[in-house]
Design a protein around this ligand. Structure first.
Ligand code: 7RM
Length: 650
């Protein structure tokens, strides 16, 4: 950015916490200030008080080899012990997971059940020769055996490397080879939108090109036939059949690796983000309790993300289980068999806390209020959002239609690399503003800086930085420590650069503005994609919008918008002009899109983030970039055709 980021969108609505909620909240007013007095001591307190250690740590932060920070280095711990064993005395019969299969069958796993399954599978892994420091690739759908496999690895010190079940064989190959996984844990097929996804067949294709893999463990899920390779492939049920129900947890150091999780980003080969044990669990457990106000004996908690994504690792598996939660896991698509599937589950299980993504919320808006309207959602008491900036319009809809105007909405900013939530309201403390992630959580610190690294005064925008270490931070990029330093720690030395733009308002609230690579430069003004998209989405006809800057002789870049419409609305020239005017009057004439394309869908990553890079390629008539991590590949071609035929310019 050559100058500060424009601050275009003004949002003046504010929602103070309800006094009744405040009285019972886990995190009480004053906690930010208390933590700030001694932030390292605050984190040590969380580590010692929230977790069970074989040897409690005395050390906090070791910054002698920055940016390769270490936390609680002298602590000895086992995460599977924290998630399971220590709950057995009080809560063996408490439900850990209510699982709902896409076709409709259900399973209930108590803490005792989960403990038994994890021990058996951990023993099974040991029987195959896996030991501390080895890596296992997990390529599965949303089945209870995925958390079982993760916890079994954690129990014996094996590093897990989950590969999202929607990825292709190609993506699996890269990730297995980079991590040098010696075993792949998969299933025959996964259910998705009524179809069987061939995970085992994909694995077979991958494993032909992954020399490190010795065994493939296959869970029977759908029961349809798959090929098994003699000597290499083993059925899960046969492998665990003779295993003991007990498995001694390995005593691990706080800084031993826990997992690798790959982030694709926009360019280059995927980065294997490495997380370790003690610091990670400390911050994940703390944030899960504080941000969701989670009460183990009252709540039915549902993080509707995929377990193969960091949100699932931290907030379906490690955080909730450490905090003795009862969680929902739903296997399949949100619109199967009908658009009300999620709302039916919430009614059936009396879900109290729901955590989902803006992309999902915008789909719900597009599908219409009648679907949530069919169900009693009055059990909900808190709503969360993660994954992208949430447009104020989507925030308001979520709060009104799903939350019945009674639930606090927590917009949580974080990344695979941060491991845990970083910037978020605390529901008993923070007055929320639609579209703002508000401020860093207790013990954390962030800033907004210009290109020289100087803090931007309140009211202005720039680069988000995290200006001191935090316990759940990524420790490195697997196999490429130089890239770790280069990507995150070199642009603003001493500070972590997440790659996002942000602004702060006069109250010091953070407003996330999207990836800085996507920021547009129009006639010398740096304009964030998020603000223009939010302006478009605030028009009643618009369900979702993506904008990109494309080369323009006159203005350097011109704003190109791609818009999907709500319900039955048809896009025509009149609406086009109206939308342009709407943006002009909402945030200013400089932000009016030069072209608008109506489309049925937008290109998204598998975790639902809009891929603006591809839209930029389309807008500039370039060869399309890499689409292998795209959720809906066909849509790109479709949009390219639409852009060629219907785009209209001012
Ligand atoms: C948890 C997760 C990280 C990127 C991040 C942002 C974007 C995530 C928010 C958000 C605005 C949010 N991990 N992002 N949450 N932007 N507001 N609440 O998403 O590694 O997959 O992605 O996602 O750009 O850098 S991730």
């Amino acid at each position: 950015m050559s100058s500060a980021l424009e601050n275009l969108l003004q949002e003046n609505r504010s929602f103070p916490p309800d006094p009744a909620f405040v009285r019972a909240a886990n995190a009480q007013p004053g906690i930010h200030e208390q933590a700030e007095e001694d932030w390292k001591g605050y984190w040590l307190d969380q580590a010692v008080n929230r977790l069970s250690w074989f040897e409690a740590p005395q050390q906090t932060l070791d910054d002698t080899n920055a940016p390769f920070y270490r936390w609680f280095t002298d602590g000895v711990i086992n995460l599977s012990y924290n998630c399971l064993d220590r709950h057995l005395d009080s809560s063996a019969e408490k439900v850990a997971y209510h699982w709902i299969g896409e076709p409709g069958e259900t399973r209930t796993l108590t803490y005792r059940d989960l403990y038994r399954e994890v021990c058996r599978f951990a023993n099974a892994l040991r029987s195959l020769g896996l030991k501390k420091g080895d890596t296992a690739a997990l390529y599965m759908g949303m089945v209870p055996e995925l958390p079982v496999a993760m916890l079994a690895c954690a129990r014996i010190g094996v590093i897990h490397s989950a590969v999202f079940g929607g990825f292709s064989a190609e993506a699996l190959i890269d990730r297995i080879n980079d991590a040098e996984s010696t075993v792949v844990i998969t299933q025959d097929f996964a259910w998705r939108a009524g179809k069987e996804v061939p995970l085992k067949a994909n694995t077979d294709n991958a494993v032909a090109r992954t020399p490190s893999v010795k065994n493939v463990i296959v869970l029977r899920r759908t029961g349809s036939e798959v090929a098994m390779t003699e000597g290499r492939d083993i059925w899960w049920d046969e492998l665990v059949a003779d295993q003991s129900d007990e498995c001694e947890p390995e005593r691990l150091m706080a800084e031993d690796p826990l997992y690798i999780l790959y982030t694709s980003g926009t360019t280059g080969k995927p980065k294997g983000i490495v997380h370790t044990q003690g610091g990670y669990l400390t911050q994940v457990a703390t944030s899960h309790s504080q941000v969701f106000d989670h009460k183990p004996d009252e709540d039915i908690y549902w993080c509707a993300a995929d377990i193969g994504w960091v949100t699932g690792h931290s907030y379906i598996v490690y955080g909730p289980l450490t905090n003795r939660a009862t969680s929902i896991i739903y296997e399949g698509a949100p619109n199967f068999p009908d658009f009300d599937r999620l709302w039916k589950i919430i009614e059936d299980y009396k879900v109290t806390i729901l955590y989902t993504a803006p992309t999902a919320i915008r789909s719900f808006m597009k599908w219409g209020e009648e679907y949530p309207g069919r169900h009693d959602l009055s059990s909900l008491r808190l709503l969360g959002s993660v994954g992208e900036p949430i447009n104020p319009e989507a925030w308001m809809w979520y709060q009104r239609v799903i939350g019945g105007e009674r639930c606090p909405v927590v917009d949580t900013w974080w990344q695979t690399e941060t491991g845990a939530i970083m910037i978020s309201p605390l529901p008993g403390i923070t007055s929320t503003k639609p579209g703002s992630a508000t401020r860093p959580l207790p013990g954390l610190s962030a800033d907004v800086v210009d290109e020289t690294g100087a803090s931007v005064p309140l009211g202005g925008g720039g680069f988000l930085v995290i200006d001191r270490p935090w316990p759940a931070m990524a420790r490195t990029i697997h196999g490429d420590p130089d890239r770790f330093v280069e990507t995150y720690w070199s642009r603003f030395p001493g500070r972590y650069f997440p790659g996002d733009g942000a602004k702060r308002d006069e109250d010091g609230y953070f407003w996330l503005l999207g990836r800085v690579d996507d920021i547009m430069l129009v006639s010398g003004h740096n304009i964030s994609t998020t603000e223009v998209e939010s302006a478009l989405v605030s028009h009643p006809a618009v369900a979702e919008a993506a904008v990109v800057g494309r080369k323009d002789d006159l203005t350097g870049q011109a704003i190109a918008a791609f818009v999907t419409l709500r319900g039955q609305v048809e896009g025509d020239e009149t609406l086009l002009r109206e939308l342009r005017e709407h943006v002009g009057s909402t945030i200013g004439p400089i932000a009016k899109p030069k072209s608008i394309v109506f489309t049925n869908d937008l290109p998204k990553t598998r975790s639902g983030k809009i891929m603006r890079r591809l839209l930029r390629d389309i807008s500039e008539n370039r060869q399309l970039g890499d689409v292998t991590t795209l959720a809906n590949e066909a849509v790109v071609e479709e949009i390219a055709e639409m852009a060629a035929s219907t785009s209209s310019e001012e």
